[in-house]
Ligand binder design. Structure first.
Ligand SMILES: [Zn+2]
Length: 62
């Protein structure tokens, strides 16, 4: 089974900055569309993290 790895896109020439912390972004796991905010690895991970209790939160049945 081949594990599909995301290809990183070099965006250093675009001079993008993280919409949350403002750090300069050198690469993204996707091609930036230009009209959407981009996030650095740390902020992207925090946004996707389950800590904020999204729709996939822990199930609780009473
Ligand atoms: Zn950031």
């Amino acid at each position: 089974m081949a594990f599909q790895r995301r290809q990183m896109v070099d965006v250093r020439h675009l001079g993008l900055k993280c919409a949350t912390c403002g750090v300069e972004i050198s690469e993204l796991p996707f091609q930036p569309s230009g009209d959407r905010p981009v996030y650095c690895k740390e902020c992207a991970r925090q946004r996707r993290g389950p800590s904020s209790g999204g729709p996939r939160g822990p199930r609780r049945r009473y």
